[in-house]
Design a protein around this ligand. Structure first.
Ligand SMILES: [Zn+2]
Length: 259
């Protein structure tokens, strides 16, 4: 834990409590970092902490990291590390820092920079109401970006806009990785957020196809367009993005969809 988070706390009782707990905080932060580097942060055992520890660490995060001048510059540096888009959903801009292992689950990791992940407001909010599972970190769980796991399906070809998105298990995913992945997917509510985006994508797509052929388009042309877009999204964004999965699903069911 950085010294500037503790220095100059005016509330003596709080300062003494935090200083008395500092060794524990440092030990747990170090344990988290080494787990994170080995990709095993998901296996950290949940513990219970006293109400005072929860309150003090919440206070430390809000008052010394988010709201203090020195802390805020660290907060903003971490925010910028995530790049332009939220690294959790890739939908919106990152405007918040999300605790990869939530404060409510592990308060002593509240101000550990490696536990702070840039996130959009929706992801942060969804994860707050989620089950607080040990979750994926976009920094350390690189396998989640490299392995293919996101799949979309068309349950009813009469409503091809209503896609269902879900993680799919492949042989390369261990039990632990699969558990983190499904917990992450559910906690961030990615499935229904992607479904909404696909609805907004489908109708203009069908309208454009119809207008370019002056009516229902020939199926071979539809397939060619869908395949081309699927490959373009896959090459540009990778496998695990809703656009890639959506165009693949529409391509695979193109012949039973009323265009
Ligand atoms: Zn997000």
């Amino acid at each position: 834990m950085r010294a500037e988070f503790v220095a100059g706390i005016r509330d003596n009782a709080r300062r003494d409590r935090i200083i008395a707990d500092e060794d524990n905080i440092v030990v747990e932060e170090a344990a988290f970092r080494s787990h994170a580097l080995w990709g095993t942060a998901g296996s950290l055992t949940p513990k219970s902490f006293s109400k005072t520890i929860h309150e003090d660490m919440e206070w430390l995060y809000n008052q010394r990291l988010v709201k203090s001048v020195k802390g805020r510059s660290i907060w903003e540096r971490i925010l910028k590390l995530g790049g332009e888009k939220c690294p959790l959903c890739h939908i919106a801009k990152s405007r918040t820092l999300d605790h990869s292992i939530p404060k409510a689950v592990h308060p002593r990791l509240s101000v550990e920079p490696m536990n702070l992940v840039p996130a959009c407001r929706d992801c942060n909010l969804e994860r707050n109401v989620g089950r607080g599972n040990m979750s994926l970190s976009p920094y350390f769980d690189r396998w989640a970006a490299d392995l293919r796991w996101l799949v979309a399906t068309v349950p009813n070809p009469q409503h091809p806009e209503d896609l269902i998105f879900a993680p799919e298990r492949h042989g390369d995913l261990s039990d632990q990785r699969w558990e983190s992945l499904t917990a992450f997917f559910e906690d961030t509510d990615l499935g229904s957020r992607y479904t909404n985006l696909a609805v907004d994508e489908f109708f203009p797509l069908r309208a454009a196809l119809r207008s370019s052929f002056g009516g229902p388009p020939p199926i071979d042309d539809v397939e060619a367009v869908l395949s081309e877009r699927h490959i373009a999204w896959r090459d540009q964004l990778g496998h695990n993005r809703w656009q890639t999965a959506a165009y693949e699903a529409w391509f695979q069911t193109a012949r039973v969809i009323p265009w």
